[in-house]
Structure formats: C-alpha cells, structure tokens
Design a protein around this ligand. Structure first.
Ligand code: FPP
Ligand code: MG
Length: 296
C-alpha cells in the first residue's frame, strides 16, 4: 500500500505543492478500492496508478460529502471542512478529482468509461441520498437504487476495470464489486442500530436522526402495528432518549428487521463469491467473508 500512497502524493504534487500539504491533513481510510485492484490485477505500474486514481476520486467524493453533510469528522479525525472551511474542502476535492481524470484518460476506453460513468452515477446517488433524507422513505427500490449509486457503483467499476487491466472476466468481477458494495452499505446500516457508540467510534442510531430510513427501518415499518408505527414516526429526525433508543433496538430485534437485513447482505455476498469462484482468489474471498460472517 505504501506504493499507492506514494503514487497519490506524486500525482497531487504534479498539480500543486500546497494541495499536497492540505491533503496530508485528510484522513486516509482503508483503501478498499486500491486493495481490490491489486488483488484482481496484480502488482504492476498500471495497477498502482489505477489504484491511486480511484482512491483520489473516492477521497474527492468524501471531501465534498463532508461539506454536503456538514460533517466535522471523518474516520474519527477532523474533516478538511472542519479544519479549513467548506471552500478549501471543495477545491481540494476538485483538484483530486480532476487530476484523477487527467491520469485516467491514458487507460483503455473500457476502463476510462467504466470509471467516469461510475462517478456520474455516484453524484446522482449523493443527490438521491440528500433528497431521500428529507422525509421517511418506505420504498425499497429507491433505497437500493441509492445505495447502489452512492456506494456500490464505484466499487463495481473498480473491480471491473482491474479485470480489464489483467484480461480477466470483467462481468464476473463487476458483479463481485457490486455485491461487495451493496453488502457493505447494508451492513453499515445494520451496525448503526446494533452497535454501541463505543464500538462504532461515532454516535449509534444516527441514521434515523439524520433522516435516513435505511433498510432495517423499511423492514421494521412493514412489520409494525398502527400504534408502534405512530411511535416510530414520532421519533424520526429526533434526538433520542435512552428509553427511545432501547425501544427502537428492541423492535428491530423482535420484528426480525435486523436479521432480515443481515441475511440479504449475506445472500448478496455469497452470490458474489460464486461469481468469482473460478478465479480461486482466496484474498477476495476473505474480504467478502470477513464482512458478512462477523458479529452483528
Ligand atoms: C458518503 O456517504 C458519500 C459517498 C460515498 C459519495 C459522495 C459523492 C459525491 C459527493 C459526488 C461525487 C463527487 C466527486 C467530486 C467525485 P455517507 O455520507 O452516507 O457516508 P459517511 O458516513 O462516510 O459520510
Ligand atoms: Mg457523509
């Protein structure tokens, strides 16, 4: 991974030294997308560069997202907008994103198209997320479209591009990436309900308060009687008391809404493993299993 970090820094330095200085204050994350590229396409100059490009685009999207969400922290540290203001965060995002595209154009058309198409969809996904957070959403199709675009689409395009780069079955790896992204987001939505603040490293039960009716909430609404539906409606976008938090958690377990969400994420994960079974890639298998076969 040091190779990727160094490549990202070289790319940013080629644009501007002060952008690199700013970037050094951004939190770096798990580099999931870069790891996927190296696990699928192997380690070479083109895979390192593609991994750096995708991570720069992803970092840009998070810089902009923290401005949109007015979020002052990112992965437990101060966000760039918290440290230097919204304008700086947006402009640094623009630099990362446009340099990423400049480097992307030297790749084959299948790759540059897959990634650019994903970024357009990512932006639509972010808009959907904002709009869907205005009111309670009980429409599963809209939820799945939003998490596909906001989270899964770039992981799908990343895995697909890595397969192109190494002459592997692009569609099989695209399905792996798509389902990895969908399962990741569903599990993230489950953990917001089942984990404590301490385990999460951020406040739990934050989604509903922020207006997000994630999959477990959609399932829960489908199963509640009229009285409980009214109670849950009244808690939407509200700062929850201890008793209200316990009420939501109990109903989530009793109704099976949490379990149903976990089972769907696991089904998507196993489907993805089947799609790439021919490749006998134990690293990719482990990435998926660690995500779906964990404690919830
Ligand atoms: C995080 O979601 C947000 C995303 C994964 C996508 C954000 C996309 C854009 C802002 C549009 C694309 C822009 C560029 C420059 C490429 P979240 O808020 O649910 O998650 P969080 O808790 O990590 O903030
Ligand atoms: Mg956000």
């Amino acid at each position: 991974m040091e190779e990727i970090e160094a490549q990202i820094e070289r790319f940013i330095k080629e644009v501007d030294d002060s952008a690199l200085e700013l970037y050094s204050h951004a939190s770096k994350g798990k580099r999931l997308r870069a790891k996927l590229i190296l696990k699928i396409a192997g380690e070479n100059e083109s895979s390192y560069k593609l991994a750096a490009i995708v991570e720069m685009i992803h970092a840009a999207s998070l810089l902009h997202d923290d401005v949109i969400d007015e979020s002052l922290t990112r992965r437990g540290s101060d966000s760039i907008n918290a440290l230097y203001g919204d304008k700086t965060a947006i402009m640094l995002g623009d630099i990362l994103y446009s340099k990423g595209f400049l480097e992307l154009v030297s790749y084959d058309r299948e790759i540059s198209e897959a990634i650019s198409d994903a970024v357009a969809k990512l932006s639509v996904g972010e808009m959907m997320d904002v709009t869907l957070s205005e009111n309670i959403n009980l429409d599963q199709a809209l939820y799945f479209e939003m998490i596909y675009k906001k989270t899964a689409v770039l992981i799908e395009a990343t895995a697909k591009s890595a397969a192109y780069l190494s002459g592997k079955d692009a569609e099989a790896f695209a399905l792996y990436g798509k389902n990895l992204g969908l399962a990741f987001q569903i599990i993230d939505d489950v953990l917001d309900i089942t984990m404590s603040d301490l385990q999460l490293g951020k406040p739990s039960l934050a989604d509903f308060k922020e207006g997000k009716t994630t999959l477990p909430y959609i399932y829960l609404f489908e199963s509640l009687n009229q009285e409980d539906t009214q109670t849950l409606n009244a808690l939407y976008k509200k700062e929850l008391s201890g008793e209200e938090s316990r009420w939501i958690r109990t109903k989530m377990q009793e109704s099976g809404a949490v379990l149903k969400s976990i089972e769907l994420a696991q089904k998507l994960g196993y489907e993805a493993l089947e799609a790439i079974a021919f490749d006998k890639n134990s690293d990719l298998e482990r990435v998926m299993r660690e995500m779906i076969e964990r404690d919830f």
